[in-house]
Structure formats: C-alpha cells, structure tokens
Design a protein around this ligand. Structure first.
Ligand code: FAD
Length: 442
C-alpha cells in the first residue's frame, strides 16, 4: 500500500498531490452536506500522461480511484467513501484550441464551465450549457453526469454538445477520440459510453465541444400562471409562435419566489402574487403573450434578476432548512397530473411537508422537492415519488445521475437485461473495479 502511494506521488510530482487533511477536507463534503468521504491521498495530475500513470498504478495495485471536478455533483458520485485515491482535475484547465470557423472548442476536463462559456463569448460564439453551479462545475464533471440545465430545450443535454473526447482507461491507456467531426459513422460511438458514466468507465481528460452562433435578440419573461396545466399549454403556444426556438422554459412555484426573496433578497417583480410562474427565454415572443400580466426584461440587468429568482432556488431551499429532493422526468403532457398525484401521495405520508416543485419543465424535468421538519422519511418519500414516476413512464434521475444516492434503486426500476448490459460494459472496461467503485451499479 505505502509503495503504491509513493509511486502515485512520484507519478504526479510534488505539486500534484496532497496528504494534508485540511486541504483534502472540503473535497470530501458534497454541496448539500449529505455525504462525507475519507481518503489519505489527493492526486492532482496536470496532464493526460499523468492521469494515465496514476490509473496504471491504481489498476496494477488494485487501488480504487474517484475522479472529481468541481465537487458540485448532487448524488455523491465524486466522494471517496472507502479511502480511495481522490483524483482531482483542478490542474487540467487549459483551453487547448478554439476554432471560430469550425465552431468548436477543445477544453481540458478541469476547465470550469463558466470559463468555457466566456472563451466562446470572447469569440462571439455561444457554449449553451448553463447550470446554476457553472462558476464551480467542470467540463469533465458536466460530461460525466451528462448535465442538463436551462438550455436543454433548444440545445440538448451535455452529450449533444460533444464532438470528441479524450479518455484515460482503467489500465492507463489513452483513448484518443478527440475528433471535431460532425459526421463520423465508423462503428460504435465510443465517446458516448463515457458521457453520463459518472467516472465508472474511464477518466475524461479533454473534450471537443460544439459552439453555436450567439442569439442576437433574446426575450426573457416571467409569466404568472394559474397551474401547471397552464404552463404546458403556454409552452406549446410559445414554441408554435417561435418556430420551436425557445431556449428555456422553467416552472417556478410561488413558494419558490417567497423563499428566494426571504433568504437571498430582492423585490417581487410582479404586482400580484400568482400560484405558479414560467420563466421563459427565446427569440422575441412578446406578441404571442397577448394581455398576460408578464414581466419582460428590458435590460440585461433585469434579465439577470429574473434568472436569479430561478437560479437561487436551491440555495434558498438550503437556507430554509431540511428538504427532500427528487430530480425526475416524466413525459411532458403528464406533468400536471404527475404533480397532483405525487404531491398528494407525499402529503399523505408527511403532512407537514411543503411542496417546492420547480424545474426545467420544457424538458419534462422537475425538481420535485419538499421542505420538511427533518429528513427521517427520506427513503420512504423517495420510494413514493419514484414509484409514481415509473407509473407515469418517467425516470428517477433526469439530470443529476445515480452516484450512490440512487444506486440501489436501479435494481427496482431497470430491467434485468438493461442491468446485465451495464455490468458487461463495466466488466469489459474496468475488470479490476478500480474506477469509482460502488457508484452507479449496485
Ligand atoms: C446549485 C446547483 C445547481 C445545479 N444545477 C444543475 C442543473 O441545472 N443541471 C444539472 O444537470 N446539474 C446541476 N447541478 C449538479 C452538478 O452541478 C452537475 O452534476 C455538474 O455537471 C457536476 O460537475 P462537477 O465538475 O462539479 O463534477 P463533480 O461533482 O466533481 O463530479 C460529478 C461526477 O462526475 C465524475 N467526474 C468528474 N470529473 C470527471 C472526469 N474528468 N472524468 C470522469 N468522471 C468525472 C465524478 O466521479 C462524479 O461521479 C447543480 C448543482 C448545484 C450545486
């Protein structure tokens, strides 16, 4: 063991590791405070070759290794629970290339999402992936969780934004798939295997990402609604009016606005409260709103303020106290009925729970959350919610992944055959089970 650790330290050099408990401690806690890990060694390779050497040593000596980017993951995937080596990509932050005409950027895995968005903006282009955690989360983490966020409606999930990938396999071999082609039908699309795999099949070291023209005219509006049925009708109406070009359609409940105003501050942008709101962004759609009592951002500052209401929801919930959270998706048309049915079922089990349902409703994705006095009924409530989700033909993880949080539920909701294929892939790519052991697969 000590021989393996000293080989790892040699592989990354003096700047590339830490054994200092104070340096390591913040990386062992996840954002919600739900999970706490332990490790004696943090490695911070600076190059793909160093990642390769680290994995080769771990594979040879049977040491588990947990990749970590910005540590904003919400399902515990980035936390070493069993003393595994923690591999942080924090030193791999180079933008290797940006091709304006070809509209792509090649970024290393540890690049913070905001910095990639900024590099695109500096070239008058857009990298559309956008999450409330964008100031901390990294491209490697975004791809490993197949992140979603606010602009999926128009641009798709993270996997839709990838042209090529560089991955280090469990045995240290570098799989160079870093192509920038839009068309390449030469057999299996291997890069897609590693996207959404949460670090269990390989370590992503760099990615070629698609860039897009920047939208020249953007309308952002907060629109009051009577209920979620009205949200689904409005979405269809505005997609029709814009030729399907809306970039975002977010549902926010009144309690969400109240929590943000209470804990984060600011003023209510609308004169009268409404039970629900849609935060909508896209090419100009004012004419299609008719006489709805909407707030339309007139300046960039107003636009930022409207988005603050949505993006501060998680933080406001955290400040309000304990909560139970579920990141689910159901077919779009089923959203109102799902909200009614699942809310009633949870309230029957925990009458003091306060529903705070919000989310990327344009993608059928709800953060189906509840403020609760304490989290003692977490598992029971998750079971109620997820069972309801599957009756509606939905998914218990729309965008956050499986990690450890939902690992055991895979057996309940996936077929034997689907699980068997997942295990075959894991066995083929990581026979020693060194890559993020205990995550995703039960
Ligand atoms: C306030 C807040 C808002 C959020 N909003 C959204 C949202 O709207 N949509 C959404 O999808 N998510 C959201 N998230 C969740 C989180 O930000 C995303 O999952 C993000 O993609 C994780 O990136 P990260 O760099 O922090 O990854 P980490 O948390 O460090 O890791 C996440 C997973 O990826 C693996 N991993 C990390 N880097 C690599 C790599 N280089 N190679 C292989 N595996 C790797 C880890 O092992 C782990 O399993 C939010 C989180 C917070 C705190």
């Amino acid at each position: 063991m000590s021989d393996a650790l000293s080989r790892l330290k040699d592989a990354v050099g003096p700047k590339g590791f830490s054994e200092d408990p104070h340096t390591i401690a913040p990386l062992l806690e996840e954002w919600r405070g739900t999970y706490h890990g332990r490790t004696s060694l943090l490695v911070m390779p600076a190059t793909t070759q160093e990642v390769s050497r680290v994995l080769a040593i771990c594979n040879e000596t049977g040491l588990g290794v947990v990749p970590q980017g910005g540590n904003t993951g919400l399902v515990g995937g980035q936390i070493p629970f069993d003393g595994e080596v923690l591999l942080s990509t924090r030193r791999m932050t180079r933008i290797r290339a940006l091709d304006k005409e070809g509209a792509h950027v090649i970024a290393e895995a540890g690049s913070v999402l905001y910095n990639v968005q900024k590099a695109a903006e500096d070239a008058d282009l857009l990298f559309p992936l956008s999450l409330a955690s964008e100031g901390s989360c990294t491209i490697g983490g975004n791809l490993s969780t197949n992140a979603g966020g606010a602009n999926v409606l128009r641009y798709g999930m993270a996997r839709a934004l990838v042209l090529g990938l560089e991955v280090v396999l469990a045995d240290g071999r570098v799989l160079d798939l870093l192509r920038t082609l839009h068309k390449d039908n030469t057999g299996y699309d291997l890069k897609q295997l590693f996207i959404g795999a949460e670090g269990t099949l390989g370590v992503i070291t760099a990615a070629a990402l698609k860039l897009f023209p920047r939208p020249r005219q953007v309308t952002t509006a907060l629109i009051p609604l009577a209920d979620p049925d009205a949200a689904i009708a409005l979405l269809a109406h505005l997609q029709d009016a814009t030729g399907g070009l809306l970039t975002a359609f977010e549902l926010i409940p009144r309690i969400g606005i109240d929590l943000v105003l209470k804990h984060i501050g600011g003023a209510d942008p609308l004169r009268a409260p409404a039970p629900w709101y849609a935060l909508v962004e896209g090419p100009p759609f004012e004419d299609a709103l008719g006489d709805a009592d909407a707030v339309i951002a007139q300046t960039e500052a107003q636009r930022v303020n409207l988005w603050r209401l949505r993006e501060s929801l998680s933080e406001a919930q955290k400040l309000e106290g304990p909560s139970l959270k579920h990141d689910i998706s159901v077919p779009l048309a089923a959203i109102p009925e799902f909200i009614r049915e699942a809310t009633a079922a949870v309230l029957a089990a925990v009458p003091q729970a306060r529903p705070v349902t919000f989310g990327h409703v344009g993608d059928g994705n709800l953060h189906f959350n509840f403020q609760v006095p304490d989290t003692s009924r977490r598992d029971a409530v998750a079971r109620i919610v997820h069972d309801t989700v599957y009756r509606f033909h939905g998914s218990m993880s729309a965008e956050h992944g499986i990690g450890v949080m939902k690992r055991d539920d895979l057996v309940r909701y996936k077929s034997e055959t689907e699980l068997a294929v997942m295990r075959m892939l894991k066995q083929a790519l990581d026979p020693g089970n060194i890559l993020n052991p205990g995550k995703v697969l039960p």
